[in-house]
Design a protein around this ligand. Structure first.
Ligand SMILES: NC(=O)c1ccc[n+]([C@@H]2O[C@H](COP(=O)([O-])OP(=O)(O)OC[C@H]3O[C@@H](n4cnc5c(N)ncnc54)[C@H](OP(=O)(O)O)[C@@H]3O)[C@@H](O)[C@H]2O)c1
Length: 264
């Protein structure tokens, strides 16, 4: 397959590398900044470009991997190019397929959303990344599924509604969890303790999920109904901005989630 990458950021970089590694040909890489496009393009044996209208119409697949807010604008521009018979996909979990409606000339559209957190300089085993695919036409779904299976062992057909909820879930388990790590980090820093002390706990919290559901693995004062401890913590967090509220909300939610267990 000849592929054009529109975007030269985190996802374009990781996806581009993996596609090339598996034998696909990335022919062009777009960025608004030519040096950015060139940096990725050179590593993939592709040509860089910084004007979308300089895009080749001779590729088979166009992957839009730009910031969510820029997808609509890029789609609109692609709609003005002779790409009627070409497959155009975006990589966003948060953006519905409706975004392609602004370019009715694009008849073959889809989504290829890799469900992982990507950062340019941080290597990742792409074969373990779940890839969520969807397409406007069944034949294109097959194309995307077979391409995705070349780069990952975990490929799912996920529709728009499912993907939107998947993204909400991803924000909870990744973005919010990481923010909780940051809270832990700042609490320890104030006590002149190293964050490394929490790392085995963090790692075991995730490792334990191999043995059972998150609900089954829950520990801590809220699930034990140790209300003296939770009250003590709330008192300690008095005057510490939002921390007391976050603690209270999460404790209440754990309590509700496990209320059924206590009835029996
Ligand atoms: N990072 C992740 O963990 C992750 C995971 C799954 C899916 N995604 C999705 O993948 C997509 C790309 O994310 P990313 O993390 O790779 O983003 P990123 O590293 O921030 O890169 C964003 C890219 O978008 C380009 N861009 C920004 N505004 C633009 C505009 N107005 N017109 C044209 N190009 C523009 C930037 O171009 P310049 O070089 O010109 O600034 C850059 O190449 C997003 O839809 C995101 O939701 C991200």
């Amino acid at each position: 397959m000849k592929i054009v990458l529109i975007g030269a950021g985190n996802v374009a970089t990781h996806l581009g590398r993996k596609l090339v590694e598996t034998g696909e040909k990335v022919v062009q890489v777009y960025s608004r900044s030519l040096p950015n496009a060139a940096e990725l393009a050179n590593s993939l044996g592709a040509k860089p470009f910084d004007d979308l209208f300089g895009l080749t119409a001779k590729a088979d697949l166009y992957i839009i991997a730009v910031s969510d807010d820029a997808i609509a604008e890029v789609v609109k521009k692609l709609g003005q190019m002779p790409l009627e018979e070409k497959l155009v996909v975006h990589t966003s979990g948060a953006t519905p397929s409706k975004v392609f409606e602004s370019a009715p000339t694009l008849e073959r559209t889809g989504i290829c959303y890799p469900l992982q957190t990507f950062t340019k300089g941080k290597p990742i085993d792409f074969s373990e990344v779940p890839i969520c695919v969807d397409a406007a036409q069944p034949a294109d779904l097959e194309v995307l599924e077979s391409l995705a299976k070349k780069i990952s062992q975990h490929v799912y057909h996920v529709n728009d509604a499912q993907r939107a909820w998947l993204h909400v879930a991803a924000v909870f388990v990744n973005n919010f969890t990481n923010h909780l790590f940051e809270i832990g980090h700042s609490i320890l820093k104030k006590q002149q303790l190293p964050f490394e002390m929490l790392l085995p706990l963090i790692q075991e919290t995730v490792a334990k999920l191999d043995s059972g559901s998150p609900k089954a693995m829950q520990t801590g004062p809220a699930v034990r109904q140790d209300w003296t401890t939770t009250e003590r913590h709330l008192t300690m967090l008095n005057g510490r901005g939002d921390l007391q509220e976050i603690y209270r909300i999460l404790t209440k939610h754990i309590k509700r989630t496990h209320a059924d267990n206590w009835k029996h």
